[in-house]
Design a protein around this ligand. Structure first.
Ligand code: FES
Length: 573
């Protein structure tokens, strides 16, 4: 029983010329007359694409969602949206996250839907769709595509992305042959689904589950597991009930939900990209939550999930261990879960996970024997990052978390690639590698290049990690003592632009400090001489550079902040 007239009836209800026209055209798909009798119309927003391999199986999941919608008495209508494939899309999928969110927002608002299922998978597809839907604020539920099965090469489990970084360095250091590296290609990605590490896709699938906008177990069930198809069907049923209850995103995306997500991110050793994406979602829904909240609420949360890139296992084992519900229950039992946070199930966060059992204590470890005692994301500040920078301590080398070293500066990623191979490059294991002009405006799009590979000559000496600092992002599958998201970025005139080769830089993760040891007078001289780059004169890149916000504000567009609602003026043709 609906509580108020459904939004879709503004298109399909009644006997006006417009209503007849709307129904008539839809009937060319063979829809029956009673399809428009006032039942909830559910849009299934699908990021399926064969160019986004991680999402290439989503048509099958959409069919199961439709089955669930029909069972619950709704009318499912699938529609495509821009798909962002991390592995193929150049120059970086992040350049298009905001564009995809605009596509989603306008597609939802402009069409006769009462509720929406967001079918997501590869990294940026999740935040892009949630951001767009949040700006409309209809009843909405997320369904992730699920991770790939474990990779397996030469008898070993192999993680998406993480193993590529490792093998690449092994080849440079002479520990692996190029032929073996190339041989690993097929065995790494052996089923449908997204990256099987706790990279950005798995992190964001965990985030939507922790936020309460996806059903429990959404994150970890493998893409090919029969239970994911059942989950899709239940998701379809559930969205119909959510429409009947008018359960909108704004009633779910409350501050407690975000605080829970931040803590879950710490416990799972989640990607630094989650910081940007959740801040961007917060900006759409209008909740007060910023960069420093990541430090405040993530502090004291140990990383208990032993998954690559921070740890050993992969998403398949995380699923068998019990997945995100086990993590949330463990957080609750240590006073780190806001139990009353709402969720799409209609139950609280605690009610969803109270019965969760840990079937893999090696994979989801205890608070007394965590993977890393201090998980979460550390937010650094100082004269090198006045508006903040982030580091993922669980992926860093403990001995480097307090470090002072001489800067080796790369102005662009192209310059880095040219110089890093030079055997005469003046660099040693104590140097601090600085990469700039790779932030939101500088790249543009804030590429995942912050985890610069180490110089081959140092790899050959057995060096495995160095302090690296940039205004870029890092793949969620990567690791190292890598300071990211420095704000303001160099291209916006941030202090990163003023660093010179040989300057001393101090990193103090425990003290949350990132300091360039150069006097203010000297910095003022350098600042006066700094010349900003000329942005692209036209096209999407021009729009992006003029409107993108800095990393500490989620790198959304300034004109997209806020919730504009789902109301649309009726047309009159
Ligand atoms: Fe798509 Fe990793 S490349 S999830």
């Amino acid at each position: 029983m609906t509580k108020k007239p459904l939004r879709s009836q503004a298109w399909f209800g009644g006997s006006s010329k417009d209503a007849i026209m709307h129904r008539s055209w839809m009937k060319n798909q063979g829809l029956t007359a009673d399809s428009f009798d006032g039942r909830p119309v559910i849009g299934i927003c699908n990021t399926w694409s064969e160019l986004t391999p991680c999402n290439a199986h989503l048509r099958g999941l959409a069919d199961r969602v439709k089955r669930g919608v029909l069972e619950a008495g709704g009318l499912p209508l699938e529609f495509p949206t821009m798909s962002l494939g991390e592995s193929n899309l150049r120059p970086t999928a992040m350049l298009y996250r905001n564009l995809a969110s605009m596509d989603v927002e306008e597609s939802i608002r402009g069409n006769p839907v009462d509720g929406v299922v967001l079918l997501v998978g590869c990294d940026k597809t999740t935040p892009a769709l949630v951001m767009g839907a949040a700006s409309c604020d209809l009843p909405t539920i997320v369904l992730s595509g699920g991770p790939m099965l474990n990779g397996r090469v030469r008898g070993e489990a192999v993680g998406s992305g993480t193993s590529i970084w490792r093998y690449s360095e092994d080849v440079k250091a002479g520990r692996m042959t190029l032929a073996d590296f190339m041989g690993a290609e097929s065995g790494m990605s052996r089923s449908a689904g997204s990256c099987n590490t706790m990279g950005t896709a798995s992190t964001m699938a965990s985030m939507v589950e922790a936020l309460g906008i996806a059903l429990p177990e959404n994150a970890a069930l493998p893409a090919v597991d029969a239970r994911r198809f059942a989950l899709a069907q239940v998701t379809g049923r559930r969205i119909v009930d959510m429409v009947k209850d008018d359960m909108r995103l704004s009633s779910l995306l409350v501050p407690a939900a975000f605080r829970n997500a931040i803590r879950v991110n710490g416990a799972i050793g989640g990607s630094t990209n989650a910081v940007l994406h959740l801040i961007a979602i917060v900006g759409r829904i209008g909740v007060e939550l910023g960069l420093d909240d990541w430090d405040e609420f993530g502090r004291g949360v140990p990383t208990i999930v032993d998954l690559q890139p921070s740890g050993r296992f992969l998403m398949e084992e995380f699923c068998y261990a019990g997945g995100v519900p086990v993590v949330m229950r463990a957080l609750a039992e240590h006073g780190l879960l806001e139990r009353d946070a709402p969720s799409v199930t209609g139950r609280t966060a605690w009610e969803n996970v109270a019965e969760a059992e840990n079937f893999g204590p090696e994979v989801i470890r205890s608070f007394t024997d965590p993977l890393t005692p201090e998980g979460g994301i550390a937010v650094l500040r100082g004269n090198l990052a006045p508006n903040g920078a982030v580091i993922k301590p669980s992926a860093a080398t403990p001995a480097l978390m307090q470090h002072r070293g001489r800067a080796v500066v790369f102005d662009t990623i192209g310059e880095y690639k040219r110089r890093i191979l030079d055997p005469d490059l003046d660099i040693d294991a104590d140097s601090v590698m600085v990469l700039r002009n790779c932030g939101p405006r500088g790249y543009p799009g804030m590429a995942e290049v912050g985890n610069m590979g180490l110089p081959p000559k140092l790899l050959a000496q057995g060096v495995t990690d160095m302090v690296r600092i940039s205004d870029a992002r890092m793949s969620g599958t990567a690791y190292g003592t890598v300071v990211l998201h420095v704000a303001p970025e160099a291209a916006a005139g941030g202090p990163l632009a003023l660093v010179r080769e040989g300057d001393m830089i101090e990193l103090d993760v425990a003290g949350r400090r990132l300091v360039l040891d150069v006097s203010e007078d000297e910095l003022a001289i350098r600042r006066a001489a700094w010349v900003p780059a000329t942005p692209a004169p036209s096209g999407y890149e021009s729009l992006y550079v003029r409107h993108v916000l800095q990393a500490d504000q989620g790198a959304d567009f300034d004109f997209l902040l806020g919730c504009r609602g789902a109301a649309v003026p009726l047309n009159s043709h």
